[in-house]
Design a protein. Structure first.
Length: 273
């Protein structure tokens, strides 16, 4: 179902311009390389638009939203819109501080994004369902579960329609929707929460998959989500008894690099809504 989108990344080698969190920039680059994309990172407003012009997709991550980063994101986002390039926005920790709300509002007002990817607390904040105190991590109470999955998906669909984009929530159950159709993906492993940057890696992968398949944003976004989830499961299987979260991080990137299209489809746990 989604394996062909992984093949397209590896066949087309899209270049992705990421304006991302300095805490996780290396992991984002390595995750993109692992799946076959080419990373570049430029957060200076004087070159951000020019770098976006030579890339096939733009990834904007709000992990470190300083003034110059916001300026660079808007300049790059506008250039991507002019060129018709896919744009991913990861609203890290939106809802936790007024400044982060200000940054997210400015980006969404001035840039048409292709996919907004966040954890459950971040997406609830963007949907107007309240802020949170979890910092960059989602609160357990905000995460979709079997009891509220249908209602959460309906709310996310309405949000996607309002912003004319794909909306993706990462968590124990990942939800991806374009406002009409939705996928619930149950791949992944709890150990992923012990590695900082898995969310940033995911937004970088989404941009890579969109850069390779820009005409199918829903499926490309869902395929990236599924690929990281399957890699997380494989990494856990490969972890040795004396290894912890640092080794798991490396095994996660290795699993992405070695993941095959048929394995992705075989391991996929996905339902359509």
């Amino acid at each position: 179902m989604f394996g062909k989108y992984l093949l397209q990344v590896r066949d087309r080698h899209p270049m992705v311009h990421s304006i991302t969190n300095f805490v996780t920039v290396n992991d984002v680059a390595n995750a993109q390389l692992a799946c076959g994309a080419g990373p570049c990172m430029a957060d200076n407003p004087l070159e951000a638009a020019d770098m976006t012009a030579i890339a096939q997709a733009l990834n904007m991550n709000m992990g470190n939203p300083s003034g110059h980063v916001l300026e660079a994101m808007i300049a790059a986002g506008r250039r991507a819109n002019e060129l018709g390039h896919p744009v991913v926005f990861d609203p890290v920790a939106v809802g936790t501080t007024p400044y982060r709300n200000f940054v997210a509002e400015n980006i969404l007002r001035q840039v048409q994004v292709t996919t907004i990817k966040g954890n459950a607390s971040e997406m609830r904040a963007l949907m107007g369902l309240g802020g949170h105190t979890g910092g960059v991590d989602a609160l357990d109470a905000d995460k979709p579960n079997e009891d509220n999955l249908s209602a959460f998906t309906d709310q996310l669909k309405a949000f996607a329609r309002r912003h004319q984009c794909v909306a993706a929530v990462s968590g124990p159950i990942d939800i991806v929707t374009d406002g009409q159709r939705a996928f619930a993906i149950r791949n992944g492993h709890p150990k992923m929460e012990e590695v900082t940057g898995t969310g940033c890696m995911l937004s970088g992968l989404v941009a890579a998959f969109l850069g390779a398949s820009p005409d199918q944003p829903l499926e490309a976004t869902a395929a990236a989500v599924a690929a990281l989830g399957v890699a997380g499961q494989v990494a856990w299987t490969n972890l040795q008894p004396n290894e912890g979260n640092a080794s798991y991080r490396n095994r996660l990137i290795d699993a992405l690099n070695l993941l095959q299209a048929d394995e992705l489809d075989a391991r996929l746990q996905c339902e359509s809504y």
